[in-house]
Design a protein around this ligand. Structure first.
Ligand code: BEZ
Length: 211
C-alpha cells in the first residue's frame, strides 16, 4: 500500500555514504527530503545529485536535511560521488543510501513495476519535524526533477504550518498569500494586520505574514 500524506514516514536502518543511518534519529528535529533515483553512473541522476549539493545553503536555511537513495551498492555510490563532484563542480554533501536488497525502496513504494522492477523511480518524500509525510512526488526516470520547486513547496509548507494561509498557484516567497477559508472575514484585520484584499468572499489575500 502506498504512503499517504499525513502518514508517519517509516523508520529504517540503512548503509549510506555517511555510514549507517537510523532514519528517524538522523532526521532529529529537522525537516527531511528523502529522494530516490534509478541508478548510479547515469546522466540525469548525476545532474540531480550535483544540483542538490549546490543547494545546501538553501536547505540548511530552511532546517531541511536531504538524503538520496538508489538500489546500487555502497562501493558503487562511493565511486560515482567522485564523478558527480568532478562533472558537476561541487562536493556531494548529503548521504546516499545503498539499498541493494530494496528494503527502503519497498517500504516507501519506490519500485513501480510498470516502469521497472529493478530500479526505483524518482520518488520524493518531504517529511516534517513530527516525521509526517507532507509531500510526495513521483517522476519517471527520463525526467530530472526541479529542486527549486521543492524549495518553494517547503517554503509553503513551513509558512502554512504557522499561519492560517494557503499559497496560490506559482507562489514564491515574498508574494501575497491566500487567507484560509476557515478565517472569518471579521477576524482578518486582527490576524493579518498588514492588510488584505477581498477579491471574492472565498478569495481573500494578504501579504506574506512572516516577512
Ligand atoms: C538517468 O539518470 O539518466 C537515467 C536513469 C535511468 C533511466 C534513464 C535515465
Amino acid at each position: 500500500m502506498s504512503l499517504k500524506l499525513g502518514d508517519i514516514a517509516p523508520d529504517f536502518k540503512a548503509e549510506s555514504t555517511a555510514g549507517t543511518i537510523s532514519f528517524h534519529e538522523w532526521l532529529g528535529k529537522s525537516w527531511g527530503i528523502l529522494f530516490s533515483h534509478p541508478a548510479d553512473y547515469t546522466p540525469v541522476c548525476t545532474t540531480e545529485l550535483g544540483t542538490v549539493a549546490k543547494l545546501k545553503k538553501e536547505f540548511d536555511s530552511r532546517n531541511v536535511k536531504v538524503i538520496a537513495l538508489s538500489v546500487d551498492p555502497l562501493d558503487s555510490h562511493l565511486g560515482w560521488v567522485k564523478d558527480i563532484n568532478e562533472t558537476q563542480h561541487t562536493e556531494v554533501n548529503f548521504p546516499i543510501i545503498a539499498d541493494p536488497v530494496f528494503l527502503v525502496a519497498k517500504l516507501y513504494d519506490m519500485i513501480h513495476p510498470n516502469a521497472s522492477d529493478k530500479f526505483t523511480v524518482r520518488s520524493v518524500f518531504v517529511i516534517d519535524p513530527d516525521k509526517k509525510i507532507r509531500l510526495t512526488i513521483t517522476y519517471p526516470a527520463s525526467t530530472g526533477r526541479n529542486f527549486d520547486e521543492l524549495l518553494r513547496v517547503i517554503d509553503s509548507l513551513q509558512l502554512t504550518a504557522k499561519y492560517s494561509v494557503a499559497t496560490p498557484a506559482n507562489w514564491k516567497r515574498g508574494e501575497d498569500v491566500v487567507i484560509a477559508p476557515s478565517v472569518k472575514t471579521e477576524d482578518i484585520p486582527s490576524k493579518f494586520p498588514k492588510g488584505h484584499t477581498i477579491i471574492k468572499p472565498y478569495l481573500r489575500t494578504t501579504p506574506q505574514p512572516d516577512l
